[in-house]
Design a protein around this ligand. Structure first.
Ligand SMILES: NC(=O)CC(=O)C(=O)O
Length: 257
């Protein structure tokens, strides 16, 4: 089936960001995509000042959550599976960086709250402390959808390979990491805006089970549409039978949930 990665340009105008995301999803579905992905924090700027301002109460829905409502509505009307990048989510007194996954009926199938907050300090380059405003999620997220079993992480989560290994062990066909990587630390993000306080890298990428890049783009606003074929996963596992060759007597991956 066809998958679409929408690399959106993000501005401070939330209504415009929502309209633009909807248009990108509609265009991807018109081109045959059955699974559509958005980037990390696509409804407003990626900054600690903005997270509280753009946050939505997903549980309340409706007017309290216009980005969430748009995603649910568009997934239902186009009958696609939507991995909704991420938005900041308000829940009680806490804020989370949250990815919502919608089924082709528009229902929320799963919600991932970023588990590894992006707290870094690279002198002279970039300092970012998500933990100033955000709370880390406590759960791994695997979602069963019309287009297979999907493991979700958000941006910095990709750097902790145990997550990916656990998702694979739990039978995930596809791992989705909506990202807002930056010019210092690396690839995969919304479109680049050099006037923004946080300059995103762009380069959204779809990778196959041999580690091969199926499709990628530069840093402008654009959408990748490419076919993925899950049957290649089994072929890869036959060719490289790592699962049976692991040295459990020397090391173990422990699933604590
Ligand atoms: N924005 C993130 O969560 C992570 C990031 O940019 C990185 O390089 O890692």
């Amino acid at each position: 089936f066809k998958v679409a990665l929408c690399q959106l340009s993000v501005t401070a105008d939330k209504a415009r960001n929502i309209a633009r995301a909807r248009a990108a999803i509609e265009s991807a579905a018109a081109d045959g995509a059955k699974l559509v992905l958005l980037p990390e924090i696509w409804n407003g700027p990626y900054s600690n000042d903005s997270f509280p301002e753009y946050a939505e109460d997903i549980e309340a829905g409706g007017d309290a959550a216009p980005s969430f409502s748009m995603m649910s509505d568009v997934a239902r009307s186009l009958q696609i599976t939507l991995v909704g990048g991420s938005i900041s989510e308000r829940s009680g007194n806490s804020l989370y960086n949250t990815c919502c996954v919608f089924g082709s009926d528009g229902k929320l199938k799963g919600k991932h709250r970023k588990v590894h907050l992006f707290d870094i300090d690279i002198p002279g380059k970039i300092t970012f402390q998500e933990s100033k405003t955000l709370t880390a999620g406590q759960d791994l997220t695997i979602v069963d959808t019309d287009v297979g079993r999907i493991g979700i992480g958000i941006c910095y989560d990709i750097r902790f390979q145990e997550l990916a290994m656990l998702y694979a062990a739990r039978g995930a066909h596809l791992l989705c990491y909506p990202g807002a990587f930056n010019m210092t630390t690396g690839p995969c993000a919304p479109a680049r805006d050099t006037s923004s306080s946080y300059v995103a890298w762009g380069h959204s990428t779809l990778v196959g089970p041999f580690g091969e890049v199926i499709a990628t783009i530069e840093h402008d606003e654009a959408t990748i549409i490419a076919e993925i074929d899950y049957s290649l996963i089994e072929q890869r596992r036959q060719f490289l039978p790592l699962r049976h060759q692991r040295r459990g007597d020397l090391y173990q991956l422990v699933d604590v949930q």
